[in-house]
Design a protein around this ligand. Structure first.
Ligand SMILES: *Cc1c(COP(=O)(O)O)cnc(C)c1O
Length: 436
């Protein structure tokens, strides 16, 4: 028994599944989760004193690596001024300005504490603004755990192979229309049938919660044009991709080039640099429908918390073009190393990308992965042995094949060499895997 095993035994008697977020439980890869007690740069340290090169980065936020000196210092100094005031603070405006400098079309921003709150509020705002009820979402996209968007969701819902969630009423589920990703005909059909009742289409800027899926060329622009032609809004969820796929998220790589800007963006993860902060932003005309200027209510005791604002401002300030260039280059190198190792063992696979975000899927080289059905049809059984081999070699991957691989600016040559050295054995384990 390791210390982590002991801690998990105890946690299981105290919390459902021993965890506070489902995929942390290692359910799809087996074994017991590592309990982490420390971090530094590209590394996590577990309760047994073993360190891991972290390729999860707290599921995205730690873009600069763990314990980045400037972020740590900003947080320490904010703590010294007090933990929460329950009032407006100067750093809220500083963070809003940093977001607006990067993303086009954000005239107003409202801070919340989690990505779920951001998308929940965006959905309510779209309904309040349009006076319509229906929301269109894509199968395999994850937007947090709000009732109306759990149908055919990605992330843990995909990992656990659930169709949706118990506890969501039929009435709520009926107000969400789920269509296959990258499928223009399905969008046209849903608007042809329900066009004047649809409040909004919500999409991940590039899906990264069913593994990464690359949006077809012009797909987001098509969504915007179709929604607008029917008086509906487009909500682009950049909670995962924002400030990570580029300085302006996936929109920076796609929207800026193809010429589309949604009515509303949602942000999370990197924007808080590891503390609980998220936000939604967009056109003033839409955003000003939020209270206190408008009739759509939304509030939060800890919204814009000063410690979280300090972490967010410091993180975005230090997320320079050099940081993105470095992560982009590392990502390419890692993709090639993973592919090379898998090819050497004859493991059929494909790699999907959205800027520096990528994921690996097994048995998919012929079709690629264009939607949730493709992602679900992969040889997912190869992932558990691959994951555990990497873990044994001191590399921490997401405990689910449906997640992206995350790098940071702190992943140096020494850390990456450990990853590269670990890959051949992991590829052999994947090659030897058989369906359960
Ligand atoms: C993580 C995520 C969310 C939910 O954010 P939480 O902070 O976990 O509530 C929403 N949308 C996307 C695209 C995400 O990746």
């Amino acid at each position: 028994m390791t210390v982590s095993d002991d801690l998990f035994e105890r946690a299981r008697t105290l919390m459902p599944g021993g965890v506070n977020s489902p995929v942390r439980a290692f359910g799809s890869v087996g074994g017991s989760p590592r309990f982490m007690v420390g971090s530094d740069g590209p590394y996590l340290t577990d309760a047994d004193g073993k360190d891991y090169v972290d390729l999860v980065c707290s599921w995205g936020p730690m873009l600069l690596g763990h314990k980045h000196p400037a972020v740590q210092e900003a947080v320490h100094s904010a703590v010294d001024r007090g933990l929460s005031f329950g009032t407006s603070t100067p750093d809220e405006s500083a963070l809003a300005e940093l977001v607006m400098q990067r993303f086009g079309g954000v005239d107003r921003l409202r801070m919340v504490s989690t990505g779920t709150e951001a998308t929940m509020t965006a959905v309510r705002l779209a309904r309040g603004y349009t006076g319509r009820d229906l929301i269109v979402k894509f199968a395999g996209c994850y937007h947090g755990h709000l009732d109306s968007l759990l149908a055919s969701a990605g992330s843990g819902v995909a990992t656990m192979a659930l169709p949706g969630s118990a506890g969501v009423t039929e009435a709520t589920a009926a107000e969400t229309l789920v269509v296959p990703y990258n499928d223009r005909a399905a969008i046209e059909a849903v608007f042809a049938e329900h066009g004047d009742s649809i409040a909004a289409v919500i999409t991940e800027s590039a899906p990264a919660n069913m593994g990464v899926v690359t949006p077809g060329e012009g797909f987001n622009k098509f969504l915007l044009d179709t929604a607008h032609a029917h008086g509906a809004l487009l909500i682009v969820d950049e909670v995962l991709t924002g400030f990570r796929a580029s300085d302006a998220g996936y929109w920076g790589l796609s929207g800026r080039v193809e010429g589309w800007t949604p009515d509303l963006f949602t942000f999370g993860k990197v924007i808080g640099g590891g503390l609980p902060t998220a936000g939604l932003g967009g056109r003033a005309e839409v955003m000003d429908h939020l209270a206190p200027t408008g009739p759509v209510y939304q509030a939060g005791t800890l919204s814009g918390n000063p410690i979280a604002m300090a972490a967010g401002v410091a993180t975005l300030t230090h997320a320079t073009p050099e940081v993105y260039a470095q992560i982009d280059a590392l990502s390419l190198e890692l993709q090639q190393a993973v592919s090379g190792a898998l090819n050497a063992e004859g493991v059929d696979h494909s790699i999907q990308t959205a800027g520096n975000l990528f994921s690996v899927s097994f048995g998919t080289s012929e079709r690629g992965v264009h939607d949730y059905a493709d992602a679900q049809a992969q040889e997912a059984f190869r992932y558990a042995p691959f994951f555990h081999s990497m873990l044994d070699s001191g590399v921490y991957l997401a405990p689910s094949v449906f997640e992206a691989w995350f790098l940071s600016a702190a992943h140096d040559d020494v850390a990456m060499q450990r990853v590269y050295d670990a890959l051949p054995a992991a590829a052999r384990a994947a090659a030897a895997a058989t369906p359960a």
